[in-house]
Design a protein around this ligand. Structure first.
Ligand code: DHB
Length: 385
């Protein structure tokens, strides 16, 4: 019964959207306030940078961005806002999603309303399996963690402790690291999961130190948590104790890397984007981003916002402005984009992203900390499928 009512509302909304005529509406659900406010800032800045660079008219239609604040990991809020975007605003696309729980919550709405939904960050592998109308332009934790485990083994490390945030992407990172590293012959000597909300890193990090592993592998979401973890790693003297730090790029994320301080020098991470990536596409992206926000350095979430808009523009272009959910998904499946991070493709079977993963080291470039890429693993698919 509930399903029927929902469908009725969405059918009405679809009619209103058509009546809107000359506008294509993109409803962005993003974390614009609270602990994760930087996620929303980065994703919306990235989307705006693309629009600034390419104009806001595509196939004769004006592209309109409508941003709604999910306030943090808040599935109920995300769901309510997605319903509003579909029903009241009559959006043609849903997009955004910094955090996994918000993406999971909206998947049933994408399916029922047949709304193409572009994941610009949320990185748990299973997200794209939750609706045939979801496509991802960001990454998955499994995708960047597998190369990290391989690099660790190749560099001679054999005993590693893992520390992850206790939710979807953290679980994916933990499992992928263990599976890959142990298969090669390494040993995971301990595993810790830290809460997503207000974690106290000191005692966790002390436990790792006391067990004397050769290295620690970490995933926590970018931003404040990463800063908190690095502070504890410094204060508890793990580097001095010879415990090397390996992480996904979230921990050494461009938007906070300066705040990590020189303690971060030498940290090895794997990820899909570094602001220090050398390419004409990245140069153009950095310039476009600076015109939107000269105060922050763009990170991988900004690139997700930027590439997400590139995907949306291509759908609108190919469908000549007549956006339909099923046809939009046909365009998205197999779509290739020359991203600021390198070439990317949306896998036609899984609607997940295929991209290069880079191994990077934190170094000083012109006096500032950057993730300097030194190895590339080409065209990596999500191993979590
Ligand atoms: C999520 C994943 C990330 O890599 C990150 O930095 C923040 C959030 C997520 O899927 O929730």
């Amino acid at each position: 019964m509930k399903k029927f009512v929902m469908y009725g509302i969405f059918a009405l909304a679809a009619g209103q959207a058509c009546a809107a005529g000359d506008t294509i509406k993109v409803g962005m659900l993003a974390e614009m306030s609270g602990t994760f406010a930087d996620f929303g800032l980065q994703m919306t800045n990235g989307a705006k940078a693309y629009m600034k660079q390419h104009g806001d008219i595509v196939a004769g239609k004006k592209i309109e961005l409508i941003v709604k604040d999910t306030t943090g990991p808040a599935p109920d809020v995300a769901k309510r806002l997605a319903q509003e975007l579909v029903v009241k605003d009559g959006v043609d696309f849903l997009a955004g999603f910094g955090l996994t729980p918000n993406a999971f919550a909206v998947a049933p709405i994408s399916t029922e309303a047949k709304k193409p939904t572009i994941i610009m960050n949320a990185a748990t592998s299973a997200i794209t399996t939750k609706s045939p109308y979801i496509a991802r332009v960001s990454f998955t934790l499994a995708q960047v963690t597998e190369p990290m485990a391989q690099w660790a083994y190749k560099s001679g490390l054999r005993k590693i402790y893992t520390v992850v945030a206790d939710y979807g992407p953290g679980h994916d990172a933990e499992q992928t690291f263990k599976k890959t590293f142990t298969k090669l012959g390494g040993e995971v000597v301990g595993e810790l999961r830290v809460p997503l909300k207000n974690p106290e890193f000191g005692p966790f990090v002390q436990r790792v130190k006391d067990s004397k592993p050769q290295a620690i592998f970490v995933f926590v979401p970018a931003g404040e948590l990463a800063v908190g973890f690095m502070k504890a790693y410094d204060e508890r003297g793990l580097a001095k104790a010879g415990i090397k730090l390996l992480s996904t790029g979230d921990v050494t994320d461009d938007s906070v890397i300066d705040a990590l301080g020189d303690g971060a020098l030498g940290v090895i991470s794997t990820h899909q984007y570094s602001a220090a990536h050398v390419s004409p596409e990245n140069k153009a992206f950095l310039a476009a981003y600076a015109k939107v926000d000269a105060k922050t350095r763009p990170n991988f979430m900004a690139v997700g916002g930027y590439d997400g808009m590139a995907a949306i523009y291509e759908v609108v272009r190919q469908l000549k402005g007549n956006v339909d959910g099923d046809k939009a998904m046909q365009v998205l499946k197999g779509l290739k984009i020359n991203s600021p991070r390198g070439p990317i493709q949306i896998d036609a079977d899984t609607r997940d992203i295929v991209q290069n993963v880079y191994v990077r080291e934190v170094k000083k470039v012109d006096g500032k900390l950057y993730n300097v890429e030194f190895e590339t693993i080409n065209a990596v698919k999500d191993p979590g499928k």
